[in-house]
Write a protein of this length. Structure first.
Length: 252
């Protein structure tokens, strides 16, 4: 449950944003078709909710996001645990990662569309790329920083292989991995929207492009607001997952 003070702060923040938004329109003298007012955007949001458009696009986007994000997290964590335990192997892989990591996933979109066609897969692959490296790199670093005392205790109990990774290394490294999960949520959600603008005919990104083409900037702004709110909720969901894991391991 949200605390009363938190709710008050949220309400005040919303009021400030709306006030500044309306003030910019009044001072700048922008035409409503070029810079829609808050009330106009609110009517657009109601319109999208009533006709079911918002729900349909959101459902498609969230399914794509979960498919790309979860598969990227699983692969990145597993590989990170392995690379972290084998420094020689990471020494070979690290230069490749450092070259590929700064490349925007959208830069791969011409190849992705050619390889996977139009539909869900291009967006899922873009999300996978966007989420993979922010989780992989912290996981490797976390595994390499695991306290040697933990490893000595595990050695005394003759823990090896998968048991060592599951019971000692992964729990010890998880706080650092969790920071990567938060970063990956943000980057993956951003590039989901960008990916849907390129190679799909549905989703929140497509909603923005379609509304722009129809000169409905109120719906464009409504889509932007909803994308921001959904991204915030996804980040909070990762935070709740982190707290749940910490509670299981007695860290809460």
């Amino acid at each position: 449950m949200l605390k009363f003070k938190t709710i008050v702060n949220i309400v005040i923040s919303i009021i400030i944003v709306i006030a500044v938004w309306q003030l910019l329109i009044v001072i700048g003298g922008f035409d409503a078709a070029l810079f829609p007012a808050p009330l106009q955007v609110w009517h657009g949001i109601i319109e999208l909710i009533k006709d079911g458009t918002l729900f349909e696009h959101f459902k498609v986007s969230i399914l794509r996001f979960l498919a790309g994000y979860l598969s990227a997290v699983i692969c990145a964590v597993l590989l990170g645990l392995i690379f972290g335990r084998i420094p020689a192997l990471w020494g070979v892989i690290d230069p490749i990662v450092q070259v590929l990591r700064p490349v925007s996933p959208i830069a791969w979109s011409p190849f992705i569309v050619l390889w996977f066609g139009i539909g869900n897969m291009p967006a899922i692959v873009i999300i996978f790329i966007a989420a993979f490296f922010p989780v992989l790199v912290p996981t490797v670093a976390a595994v390499r920083k695991v306290d040697s005392t933990y490893l000595k205790v595990a050695q005394n109990f003759e823990m090896k292989g998968f048991q060592l990774l599951r019971k000692i290394i992964f729990p010890a490294a998880f706080p650092y991995i969790a920071s990567g999960l938060h970063i990956a949520v943000g980057t993956a959600w951003i590039f989901l929207v960008a990916g849907e603008m390129v190679g799909t005919q549905s989703g929140l990104g497509y909603l923005i492009v379609d509304s722009r083409n129809s000169l409905r900037l109120d719906l464009v702004m409504a889509g932007i607001i909803f994308i921001g709110v959904a991204g915030l909720l996804l980040d909070k969901a990762v935070g709740l997952f982190e707290k749940w894991i910490n509670r299981i391991w007695g860290r809460a």
